[in-house]
Design a protein around this ligand. Structure first.
Ligand SMILES: [Zn+2]
Length: 287
């Protein structure tokens, strides 16, 4: 891939995705190569915009796109639209193939008090769900995340992303995060820079912390024994957020780590995979 000036001589915008084919429930990096003087640039997937911006590399624009785990496997068109200082508009499209994932099935037996909810508890659960959905609709223009994402806790992966759950013989919603087994009290770290937007005790997820990384990216840390930050705090990658616990609907001490990206439920491990591609990585160009 040439990053020389000649590549943009005709003022076109070239778009590529990493990886080239993306799995359901994964994140991909969309990169545009175009004029260095763009005033604005964004991508569009299924009629929804996602933000892009100039990377620290000249003429390279980047954005992250989350593909929800329920996205139908097919080839989709990604459109990137840019405007330069002279109000000239550039646009380019890319075909992105979304591949089917066999997420598997998890059968669980839980105390019926945690599954067959009485009317009052059901009302609480529905209200909490609506609260979280409203939160994830929020969009912070500022991109707080930088560079590589990290695993928030040292622990064995005990439940993978996307598993279709059958609880006490009844089909329930998929597992939209990953579970990392760790001892009660183990430190839970911020996967990237962010602002704390929620700390609350919720019925299913127990003591729950949510970070807003900007640009529609949120990370969730559930079942904590305690939080060591509060709503409104700014944190950087690796900051101590709280401690592992087993609060809420949990059968043992672990961290449930979840990611929402522009509303899409994606596998947190796919964010770590992006480390293979330098995303807004200044270290790559100071050679
Ligand atoms: Zn979980």
């Amino acid at each position: 891939m040439s990053t020389g000036k000649a590549a943009y001589a005709e003022n076109n915008l070239r778009v590529e995705s990493f990886p080239r084919m993306v799995k359901q429930g994964n994140v991909c990096l969309i990169r545009g190569l175009g004029p260095t003087s763009l005033k604005s640039i964004y991508g569009e997937f299924q009629g929804k915009r996602f933000p892009m911006a100039l990377s620290e590399q000249n003429g390279t624009y980047e954005g992250l796109l989350g593909i929800d785990l329920s996205t139908r496997p097919a080839t989709y068109e990604i459109k990137v639209v840019a405007t330069d200082e002279g109000s000239r508009v550039y646009s380019s499209t890319l075909s992105l193939k979304v591949e089917r994932v066999n997420f598997g099935v998890q059968k669980l037996s839980l105390p019926s008090s945690m599954v067959d909810l009485d009317a009052k508890t059901l009302e609480r659960v529905n209200k909490e769900e609506r609260q979280l959905e409203a939160l994830f609709q929020g969009f912070r223009d500022e991109r707080l995340w930088r560079g590589t994402f990290i695993l928030p806790v040292e622990g064995e992966l005990s439940t993978t992303f996307g598993l279709n759950r059958i609880i006490n013989g009844q089909r329930r919603g998929p597992h939209t995060g990953i579970d990392l087994r760790a001892e009660e009290g183990a430190p839970v770290l911020a996967c990237n820079s962010a602002v704390v937007v929620l700390f609350d005790e919720l019925f299913f997820s127990g003591k729950s912390l949510i970070l807003d990384h900007g640009w529609g990216l949120y990370s969730m840390y559930f079942h904590l024994s305690e939080a060591l930050v509060k709503e409104g705090d700014r944190v950087t990658t690796g900051a101590l957020l709280g401690r592992v616990g087993s609060t809420g609907r949990s059968t043992g001490s672990h961290l449930h780590w979840g990611i929402r990206m522009n509303g899409a439920r994606v596998d947190p491990l796919s964010l770590l995979q992006l480390g293979k591609y330098p995303v807004f990585d200044t270290s790559q160009e100071k050679r």
